[in-house]
Design a protein around this ligand. Sequence first.
Ligand SMILES: [Zn+2]
Length: 87
Amino acid sequence: MMKSENDFLAERHGCIVCARIIDVLAVYAPDGRLVGCTATSPGGHCLKEERQPLAACDTHTEEEIDAAYKRWKSRNDEKSDHEQEDE
Ligand SMILES: [Zn+2]
């Protein structure tokens, strides 16, 4: 199945700091790569660092978000040690 257009997907993600649900609009390239992410809930925004959408409230400080992001990432790295991931 070949696609040539980006996919726009409405998704819901928990804030990585406090897990509040934030609606986001994620844009995926035809190869499945995340190319963009916009929060559609008021008071939230997307982090751009990852290949998947990550959301956080606007009320958190950069330090809070950074710490939560590192936690999330280390958790994720642990998990991928046990899972076969296609790169
Ligand atoms: Zn939050």
